[in-house]
Design a binder for this molecule. Structure first.
Ligand SMILES: Nc1ncnc2c1ncn2[C@@H]1O[C@H](COP(=O)(O)OP(=O)(O)OP(=O)(O)O)[C@@H](O)[C@H]1O
Ligand SMILES: [Mg+2]
Length: 775
C-alpha cells in the first residue's frame, strides 16, 4: 500500500482508490470529504494519469491552491503543476478564451464585475425611461442572474410568462427587455459577467459538438468539492463533460447547502443519482475536526430540518468544553466580550491569533467587532465587504488596464474617459452612448468617427476625443511589447492618474495613492511568479486573474498572525481552533429576510450548522439584548437556533443575575420541550461562576421584522440624581458599566463609567443610565 493511503480511514480509502465510474460522497462536516478529493487526485497521479487530464473544481481559488500544495507534497510538485484545478468560473473562463471564436467573442473579452453590471443596467433603465425605484438595478440584476443560471435566455424569458410570477409581471414587466438589452450591450463591449461564464460554456458545449468532444476526451477524470452548492448551469456543464468517461466524483453535504439564493440546488445530488445509476456511494461518518460537544450540538440543531438525507456523524475526539452561550447587552459590548475572551485565551493558553475566528451573518456586523479588536491591538484579517479591488482608485486604474486590452469595454471607457479630467463632459458622453446603442456598436467605435453616427460634436471636443483615442492606442501598444508590470506602471503614469492622486495631499488622498502602489506591487508579484512558473507575463493574463478572484482570495498578508473575521457564507470548508459566532438573534440570524417560509428557515439552519461545524476545540455563541438599527435601539430576542441546541452540550456563563426580568406574553419556539438550553447573562467569562437557568418561561419570541425599529420597551433609565459611585449600570449603547467617579453639581453632574469598551465620562443629564446593582 502507498504510504499516503495510510493517512486515511477505511471508508475514506475506499473512496480514494475506486477511481473508475461515478462516485458520490455525501457526508457530514469535518469527515474528510475535501481530504478524500485531494488524495484521490494524488492517487490518480501516482498511478500515471497525466495531470492535464484531471479537472478539479473547488469553491475558492485559495482552496485550489491549498489542494495543489497538498497534492504536490504527496506525489511531488512536478506532477501537480498542470492540473486543471480552480473554481468553476476560473476554469471555464479559461476554456472560453480558447474557444471564444465559436461564440463570436474575442479571446481578450473582459469580465464584468457586479458593479459594472449594475452600472450597465442603470444606463439601460434610464434609456428605456423606466423608473429606477420600481426597477431597482440590483434586483433586476438578481433576476437576470437567476435566469442565466437556469439557462433561460432573454427571448425565453420574454415569451414565457411562467418565468415570472403574475405579481412580478405586473410590477416589473420590462425585465425581459432589460435582460435582452443587457446581453446585447455586453456582447458589443466584448464583456461577460460572472453568470455568462457558465451560460456561455453551456452554449458552447451544446452548440458545438467538436468542442464538446474535445473536452470530453480531454478530461478523463472530473472531481467536484462542495457539490451541494452547484447551480443548474454548473450541473449541466458537469453532466456534459462527464458523459463520455463517466469518471466523475462529487463530494458534498446537503446539510451545508447555503447558496439557494444564488440558485444552488440540493436537487443536483438527487439528479446525480439519476444520471449515473451505476454510481458508487461512499459514506464518511467519522468527524476528525471537532470535539464531541461541538459535533453533538451541531447534530442536535440540524435534526430540526425536515429536508435532509440521512447521515451519521460521530467523533473520537475529546469531549471538549461545552458550547458557550453569552448574552451581551449591546453589540458594542458583544464586540468587547469577544475581544476580551480572545485576549484571555490567547495569553492563558498560549494560542496564536490565527487560531481564532469570528463569524457573522452579515458584513455590516464587522465594523463594531473590528473596533473592539483594534482597541486591544488584536490583529485581524477581514474577508468580504468592500474589498481592495472595489475601491474607486483601484477600479480607475484597472479601468485603464481593461481599456488597454479591450477598447470595446464600455463600462471601463465610461469610467475613465474623463478621469483625470480631459474636458469630455456628460452631455458628450450621453450623445456617444445613445449613438452606440442605436447602432449596436461600442462607444469606442463611435468615438473614431462620431459624425458617421449622427453625433454632433464641436471641434474642440473632437480634438479631446482624438487625444483619448491616441492615448489608449499607445497603451495597447505598450501592453503588447512589455510585461504586465512595465505596461501598468507606464499606463498609470501616462494616463495622468498617478499625478492626480499624488497631488491630493489629504490623508484619504495619501491612502489612495498607497493603494495604487499596492496594486502595482501586486502586478509585480504576478510577473515574478509567472516568470518562475513559466506562465504568461502579459497584462491580459493579469487582468483575467484579478477578475476571477473570489471574496476569499482578495487578501494579502496571508501568512501573518491574525485572527479571521468573515461571514459564515465565506467560511465554508474552513476550520478554526477557537470559534466565535456573533449576533445570534431572531431577525439577524435567522435573518428577517429569510423567515417567510419553512424552506428559508431551513437554509438559515444549514447556515448555522456550517458555522458551528467550523470549530475544532471551542465554540462560543453571542447574542445581544439590544442592537442599534437605523439610528435607534431595537430590542432583540435570542435566535431560535440557540434554543434548538441540546442542553447537554451547552453552558451559559454568568457573573450576575440581571436577566429576563419582566417576561412578556408571547408564543415560544421550543421544538424539544425536554431539552432547553440554559442562558445567562455575562460580562466576563469566569469559570467557577457558572449558573444555569431554565429557559422555559422567560424565552419569548418577539416580533422583529416588519415592525421597524423600536427602543427596548423594558428599558427605563433611573433619574440622574439616583446615580452614585460604585453602582453597576446599563447604558443602551455601551452596555454594562461601573460608576467609578461622580463630579460636578446639578446639570453639570458627570459620571466616569468603566464599560467593557473602556472608560467614558458622561453628563448624567443625558446619559440615561439604569442601575442594576447598588453600590
Ligand atoms: N483520516 C484522517 N486522519 C486524520 N485527520 C483527518 C482524517 N480525515 C480528515 N482529517 C482532518 O479532519 C479535518 C476535516 O477534514 P476535511 O476538511 O477534509 O472535511 P470535510 O468533510 O471536507 O469538511 P467540510 O464539510 O467542512 O468541508 C481536516 O483537518 C482533515 O485534515
Ligand atoms: Mg470540505
Amino acid at each position: 500500500m502507498h504510504d499516503y493511503l495510510k493517512k486515511l480511514n477505511e471508508a475514506q480509502r475506499e473512496a480514494v482508490v475506486n477511481t473508475k465510474g461515478a462516485s458520490l460522497v455525501i457526508a457530514g462536516a469535518g469527515s474528510g470529504k475535501t481530504r478524500v478529493l485531494t488524495y484521490r487526485i494524488a492517487h490518480l497521479l501516482a498511478n500515471g494519469v497525466p495531470p492535464y487530464k484531471i479537472l478539479a473544481l473547488t469553491f475558492t481559488n485559495k482552496a485550489a491552491r491549498e489542494m495543489k500544495q497538498r497534492i504536490g507534497e504527496i506525489v511531488g510538485f512536478e506532477h501537480a503543476s498542470n492540473l486543471w484545478m480552480g473554481t468553476f468560473h476560473s476554469i471555464f473562463a479559461r476554456i472560453l478564451r480558447y474557444e471564444s471564436a465559436y461564440l463570436g467573442y474575442d479571446s481578450n473579452y473582459t469580465i464584468y464585475d457586479t458593479s459594472d453590471s449594475k452600472n450597465l443596467i442603470k444606463s439601460i433603465i434610464k434609456e428605456k425611461k423606466l423608473d429606477e425605484k420600481t426597477y431597482k438595478p440590483g434586483q433586476i440584476l438578481g433576476r437576470i442572474s437567476r435566469a442565466k443560471n437556469n439557462l433561460i435566455t432573454p427571448s425565453t424569458y420574454q415569451n414565457n410568462s411562467t418565468y415570472y410570477s403574475t405579481d412580478e409581471a405586473h410590477r416589473v414587466p420590462y425585465t425581459g427587455q432589460i435582460y435582452a438589452a443587457y446581453m446585447k450591450r455586453c456582447k458589443i463591449s466584448g464583456a461577460m459577467d460572472f453568470d455568462d461564464l457558465l451560460l456561455n460554456t453551456n452554449i458552447l458545449l451544446r452548440d458545438h459538438k467538436a468542442v464538446l468532444e474535445k473536452y470530453q476526451q480531454k478530461f478523463d477524470y472530473i472531481l467536484v468539492d462542495e457539490y451541494q452548492d452547484t447551480n443548474f448551469a454548473q450541473y449541466l456543464i458537469l453532466k456534459k463533460l462527464a458523459e463520455k468517461h463517466h469518471n466523475i466524483c462529487v463530494v458534498g453535504d446537503d446539510s451545508q447547502s447555503i447558496y439557494a439564493f444564488r440558485g444552488a440546488k440540493i436537487e443536483n445530488i438527487l439528479n446525480f443519482q439519476k444520471d449515473y445509476p451505476e454510481m458508487k456511494v461512499f459514506k464518511l461518518e467519522h468527524n476528525y475536526r471537532s470535539t464531541q460537544n461541538i459535533v453533538n450540538a451541531a447534530n442536535s440543531v440540524i435534526a430540526n430540518n425536515q429536508k435532509q438525507l440521512p447521515k451519521k456523524v460521530f467523533t473520537e475526539n475529546d469531549e471538549g468544553e461545552k458550547i458557550g452561550i453569552v448574552r451581551a447587552i449591546t453589540e458594542v459590548e458583544e464586540g468587547h466580550l469577544i475581544a476580551n475572551s480572545i485576549q484571555e485565551k490567547r495569553l492563558n493558553e498560549q494560542k496564536k491569533f490565527s487560531d481564532f475566528a469570528i463569524l457573522y451573518r452579515t458584513n455590516a456586523q464587522s465594523r463594531i467587532l473590528e473596533e473592539a479588536l483594534r482597541k486591544r491591538n488584536i490583529p485581524y484579517r477581514i474577508y468580504g465587504g468592500l474589498s481592495f479591488y472595489q475601491r474607486k482608485e483601484i477600479k480607475d486604474l484597472v479601468g485603464y488596464l481593461r481599456m488597454t486590452i479591450n477598447p470595446n469595454d464600455d463600462e471601463a471607457l465610461k469610467r475613465i474617459i474623463n478621469y483625470p479630467a480631459r474636458g469630455i463632459g456628460s452631455t458628450t458622453m450621453s450623445k456617444l452612448e445613445s449613438a452606440a446603442t442605436a447602432n449596436g456598436i461600442s462607444i469606442w467605435q463611435v468615438l473614431a468617427a462620431p459624425q458617421n453616427y449622427g453625433v454632433n460634436i464641436n471641434s474642440g471636443t473632437t480634438k479631446k476625443l482624438q487625444g483619448f483615442i491616441i492615448l489608449v492606442q499607445q497603451f495597447t501598444e505598450l501592453a503588447a511589447n512589455n510585461d504586465a508590470y512595465d505596461a501598468a506602471i507606464q499606463i498609470a503614469s501616462n494616463s495622468g492618474l498617478l499625478k492626480d492622486l499624488y497631488n491630493d495631499k489629504s490623508p484619504e488622498g495619501r491612502s489612495r495613492y498607497e493603494n495604487i502602489q499596492e496594486l502595482l506591487n501586486g502586478i509585480k508579484d504576478f510577473v515574478s511568479n509567472a516568470h518562475e512558473e513559466g506562465t504568461d507575463v502579459k497584462l491580459h493574463t493579469y487582468i483575467e486573474n484579478i477578475a476571477l478572484l473570489t471574496d476569499m482570495d482578495k487578501n494579502k498578508d496571508e501568512d501573518q498572525e491574525r485572527i479571521t473575521l468573515m461571514t459564515i457564507h465565506s467560511a465554508k470548508g474552513l476550520e478554526f481552533q477557537h470559534l466565535y459566532i456573533a449576533g445570534l438573534e431572531e431577525g439577524l440570524f435567522p435573518s428577517s429576510m429569510s423567515m417567510e417560509s419553512p424552506e428559508e428557515i431551513e437554509e438559515e439552519r444549514r447556515l448555522f450548522y456550517v458555522a458551528l461545524t467550523r470549530a475544532e476545540q471551542t465554540a462560543s455563541l453571542y447574542w445581544c439584548q439590544s442592537r442599534y438599527k437605523w439610528g435607534s435601539v431595537e430590542s432583540k430576542s435570542p435566535s431560535r437556533f440557540l434554543k434548538e441546541l441540546d442542553q447537554a452540550y451547552i453552558e451559559a456563563t454568568s457573573d450576575d443575575n440581571y436577566s429576563f426580568e419582566n417576561p412578556e406574553p408571547g408564543q415560544t419556539h421550543f421544538r424539544k420541550p425536554g431539552s432547553q438550553p440554559a442562558f445567562q447573562n455575562s460580562s466576563t467569562r469566569k469559570s467557577g461562576t457558572i449558573k444555569s437557568r431554565n429557559m422555559r418561561q422567560p424565552m419569548r419570541s418577539r416580533p422583529t421584522a416588519n415592525q421597524g425599529p423600536a427602543a427596548d420597551p423594558n428599558f427605563t433609565p433611573d433619574p440622574p440624581e439616583n446615580i452614585k459611585e460604585g453602582q453597576t449600570v446599563i447604558h443602551q449603547r455601551f452596555g454594562r458599566g461601573e460608576i467609578t467617579r461622580i463630579e460636578g453639581e446639578g446639570t453639570n453632574r458627570k459620571a466616569s463609567v468603566q464599560f467593557a469598551s473602556g472608560r467614558k465620562t458622561l453628563l448624567l443629564r443625558f446619559a440615561k443610565l439604569k442601575v442594576i446593582k447598588a453600590s
